[in-house]
Write a protein that binds this ligand. Structure first.
Ligand SMILES: Cc1cc2nc3c(=O)[nH]c(=O)nc-3n(C[C@H](O)[C@H](O)[C@H](O)COP(=O)(O)O)c2cc1C
Length: 167
């Protein structure tokens, strides 16, 4: 099913940027989740984007309660296309719902209190691990610096999926 709107949850802006890029490319309106709940009818088909927090797509459950999620994008520090199995499991996203991961970025100045603390804990825990996967190594490197990796080309798989949905 083709989405009729884009709905997102973002804390520091990277997910919002991807939502805007998709809105432009697909000619769809873009709403923050709260705004969507007020403005869109229950059961509207939407493309949902949420930032990744401990492999969980933020806002997924609330969005899935209100809308039909045609596809879900998790925006995190992981590489675009990585960790989809882990994110699907942690968020309990059914296999029938297409899931994409997109590399966002880090802006520590915009993190809220608890998340700032969690970030520091995550960094310490990763640094203390004796054996780290390549993805862990990369995450550790990216956690330590403020940067944006939002790129239009990261949306290629999502756009391909959208085109395959037909009319
Ligand atoms: C507390 C915390 C936990 C995070 N957990 C993950 C994670 O499990 N996987 C990941 O790839 N990125 C993780 N991140 C990175 C964010 O998902 C990333 O910074 C994202 O771009 C934030 O999106 P936003 O700018 O839309 O808020 C975490 C960030 C914070 C603050």
């Amino acid at each position: 099913m083709k989405p009729t709107a884009i709905v997102y949850t973002s804390q520091t802006g990277h997910t919002w940027q991807y939502a805007l890029l998709l809105g432009e490319q697909l000619g769809l309106s873009v709403y923050a989740l709260d705004e969507a709940c007020a403005k869109l009818s229950d059961g509207s088909p939407v493309l949902y984007l949420g930032w990744l927090h401990a492999n969980h797509v933020k806002g997924y459950r609330a969005a899935a309660r209100r809308f039909v999620l045609c596809a879900v994008c998790g925006v995190g520090l992981c590489d675009t296309g990585a960790l989809t199995a882990e994110v699907r499991k942690a968020t309990s996203i059914p296999e029938s719902v297409p899931l994409f991961t997109l590399q966002g970025g880090m802006d520590r100045s915009r993190l809220k209190g608890v998340d700032k603390l969690m970030m520091a804990m995550l960094t310490r825990a990763l640094a203390a691990q004796k054996q780290r996967s390549a993805q862990d190594e990369r995450m550790l490197e990216l956690l330590g610096k403020d940067a944006s990796y939002v790129r239009p080309e990261n949306l290629a798989a999502v756009l391909q999926w959208y085109r395959e949905q037909g009319a």
